[in-house]
Ligand binder design. Structure first.
Ligand code: ADP
Length: 583
């Protein structure tokens, strides 16, 4: 879809506002062209001594009224039009937000956050301006132009009008040339602003690392260069936009000179009155606005086009995980992987190769293995953050894709290794998925997650704000808040993806004991515990050992220790490490 089609669609949906604005604009234009004619006849009346004092006062009163009416009508159309165009900004931003909220992990891997933020701000603004200011100036300018030219040709003198219009083709040629440059410069300016945004976002996210590595100055220099580039591009766009003005100036000056020459000749030969020549000159003056409007419209439209060319592909980018499932009830029953393989885009080695697993309700599965062995990929597939392409994943005998994403995800409590806390109080963060939870329930979940005592030590207890503008929690505290969050809702599947990695072994043991206790109480709930620490899975019903995406060992803890392979070696090593730590 082109920008013109987008605007057409939008305008046809909001036609009432545009028609009201156009009617008011039309009235302004008519009143504006009537004024010179009236002034011309007043001058002629004065020259010919046909206008007495009373007549003169009446004419002045009419002119004043016309001026006041123009003022109010101008305010009116602005209100109508800008209310509509701001609506387009809201619609575009909402569409972008909705799209982003359903996109999968691979989308965010390809797109940069700063870029996406720029699309929702700078680019959406540019398109909004095309629907507001540009539509207005385009309509108003062409209307005034048509009326003024009409009055010049038919109302004053067609010979003079043709002479005065001779320089206009030059202007059209100059506008075409300038418009091409404005488009390129606008595109570059929007792109460079995006890059600047990316840099700011990345620097803020990684400010601690930059400081720790002493890279502040290097980062500041990089930022200065990007800021300079963005400012250069924006300046270049404005320079090209400013080039419309001299083209208008040259055209109108030449038209003025021609008017004076030809008009003077006609007046000299009594083929035209001085009043008519005055009206004509005033009309010529009235062409300044439509000419500037044309330049303004062209530059706004080019900016809008450049912005739409960046925004449209993101709005239309296919969602990698489609939500076409028809089953709306939460899944229950066995979870089954049948020969599931997965290869990430751009990778040479499969992350998972022919994985078979079964998890029955009420059971707990442990998954261990070295970093990069595919543990998290299993979790991502279950959450449908990524889509199975080879093999089947069934839950309660239905493929995962048969469930709506909402019903699937609301059946899973997922605790990632690096949980995100929102800028809200601790209590609100724990109750994120269950805002109706009582304070007692929240405190109970926090106690099970072994974070209650820590929270009570914070200045405002459970009401302490966390996140960007609040208390900074340690990695282990964040993980425990996320576990409390998961325990507050009663979903059939609990996924802990190395969710205790930053917690000390004693606290980990306490939390796991609470979890086992809960598992016994809720016989339908199953859990998958992914961990690099074997102590976290020692009590589970079944353990899978992954290496290079393949299951190399499986069984119960004791069986694996006795088998004497990777698991047994790691277990001995980790036991030794724990005893050294304790000593
Ligand atoms: P683990 O959780 O065991 O550390 P992962 O499941 O995260 O391992 O990763 C398995 C393999 O897939 C690794 O080789 C990793 O480099 C690769 N991988 C993981 N995520 C991505 C991704 N988003 N894009 C490309 N490759 C990935």
């Amino acid at each position: 879809m082109t920008l013109a089609q987008l605007l057409k669609q939008f305008i046809s949906r909001h036609w009432q506002q545009y028609v009201a604005a156009a009617a008011m604009l039309f009235s302004v234009a008519v009143l504006t062209v009537l004024i010179p004619r009236r002034v011309g006849s007043v001058i002629d009346g004065m020259v010919r001594h046909q206008l007495d004092q009373q007549g003169m006062l009446k004419e002045l009163a009419i002119l004043l009224l016309m001026g006041v009416a123009i003022y109010f009508l101008r305010v009116g159309w602005r209100m109508q039009l800008f209310t509509a165009s701001y609506q387009l900004g809201v619609e575009l931003r909402t569409r972008l937000y909705q799209r982003l909220s359903v996109q999968g992990q691979d989308f965010f891997q390809k797109q940069r956050t700063g870029d996406l933020m720029a699309l929702g701000t700078n680019d959406a603004d540019a398109i909004e301006l095309a629907a507001g200011e540009a539509a207005l100036a385009g309509f108003d300018g062409s209307l005034t132009f048509a009326l003024v030219i009409g009055m010049m040709l038919l109302g004053v003198d067609w010979r003079l009008a043709i002479a005065a219009l001779l320089p206009f083709p030059f202007m059209a040629w100059a506008f075409k040339k300038i418009t091409h440059h404005v488009h390129e410069a606008s595109r570059l300016s929007l792109e460079r602003f995006s890059k600047l945004n990316d840099q700011v976002q990345e620097t803020l996210a990684g400010v601690r690392t930059l400081r720790a590595l002493g890279l502040e100055q290097q980062s500041a220099a990089q930022f200065a260069e990007l800021a300079e580039n963005a400012s250069d591009a924006s300046l270049s766009a404005q320079r090209w936009e400013a080039a419309y003005e001299p083209a208008v100036g040259i055209t109108l000056t030449s038209a003025g000179a021609l008017t004076l020459g030809v008009g003077g000749y006609l007046v000299w030969h009594n083929e035209m009155t001085i009043g008519a020549l005055t009206s004509f000159s005033m009309y010529l003056g009235q062409l300044i606005w439509p000419m500037f409007a044309a330049g303004w419209v062209l530059s706004l439209m080019e900016r809008g086009k450049a912005a739409w060319a960046r925004l449209e592909p993101v709005l239309n980018m296919e969602v990698s995980v489609q939500d076409n499932g028809v089953l709306r009830d939460p899944p229950t029953g066995d979870i089954l992987f049948r020969k599931v393989s997965y290869l990430y885009a751009g990778q040479a080695h499969t992350a998972l190769a022919e994985i078979d697993l079964r998890l029955e309700p009420g059971k707990t599965l442990g998954i261990v293995g070295p970093t990069g062995s595919g543990k998290s990929t299993i979790i991502r597939l279950l959450l449908r953050q990524i889509e199975t392409r080879q093999g089947d994943i069934l839950w309660g005998q239905h493929p995962l894709a048969d469930y709506s994403l909402h019903s699937l995800r609301s059946a899973i409590n997922w605790v990632p290794q690096e949980p995100f806390l929102f800028s809200a109080s601790i209590a609100e963060n724990i109750a994120l998925a269950n805002p109706a939870a009582s304070r007692e329930q929240i405190m109970h979940a926090a106690t099970l997650a072994a974070i209650h005592d820590d929270i009570m030590r914070f200045p405002q207890g459970y009401d302490t704000p966390v996140g960007e503008r609040g208390v900074t929690l340690s990695g282990g505290q964040r993980q425990r808040v996320a576990i409390a969050r998961a325990l507050l809702t009663d979903s059939p599947l609990l996924l802990l993806d190395d969710a205790l990695s930053a917690v000390d072994t004693d606290t980990e043991t306490r939390i796991l004991q609470h979890l086992h206790h809960l598992q016994h109480q809720q016989t339908r709930r199953c859990a998958i515990i992914v961990s690099h620490r074997l102590s976290a899975v020692a009590e589970t019903d079944h353990i899978l050992v992954l290496r290079d995406g393949k299951i190399t060992e499986q069984g119960k803890h004791q069986e694996l220790v006795e088998a004497g392979h990777w698991y047994a070696t790691q277990w001995r090593y980790q036991q030794l490490e724990a005893s050294l730590d304790a000593a």
